[in-house]
Unconditional design. Structure first.
Length: 130
């Protein structure tokens, strides 16, 4: 009799867990918002995830967004869909940022798509040649 009660309780807990894990939740939805993005005139350098010795640098864009104000971050040149980076130009972009609810394990949880270029300023090289 006591064993039967334990089995019933275990079955009820398993059923409740199974039903709750299948329920739909608002946290399973991607969040999309238009934001401004600053792009530096000078590219940055980043390293592949598996390049733990830092032997193969990859040139990239340096960007600042409202997600991380005051912090420059490195993005691959292709990370802003519809935008082509040109060295020596500072950009102010309006982009559509999507935070993925279920991102791939080997990728960022954010994607960016160009809405429009707000400003494109050519920056003169400030280093004087000797």
């Amino acid at each position: 009799m006591k064993t039967m009660k334990i089995w019933r309780l275990a079955f009820a807990m398993l059923a409740a867990f199974s039903l709750s894990s299948c329920s739909s939740d608002d946290n399973d939805k991607d969040i999309t918002k238009e934001i401004n993005m600053s792009v530096s005139a000078e590219p940055g350098v980043m390293y592949d995830l598996f390049d733990n010795m830092g032997e193969h640098p990859i040139e990239c864009m340096r960007v600042m967004t409202e997600d991380y104000p005051g912090q420059w971050q490195d993005l691959y040149f292709s990370d802003v869909k519809g935008f082509t980076y040109e060295r020596g130009h500072e950009y102010e972009l309006r982009v559509k940022r999507t935070i993925l609810a279920n991102p791939p394990q080997d990728a960022s949880d954010r994607t960016y798509e160009l809405v429009r270029i707000l400003a494109d300023k050519k920056v003169e090289d400030t280093i004087k040649k000797k």
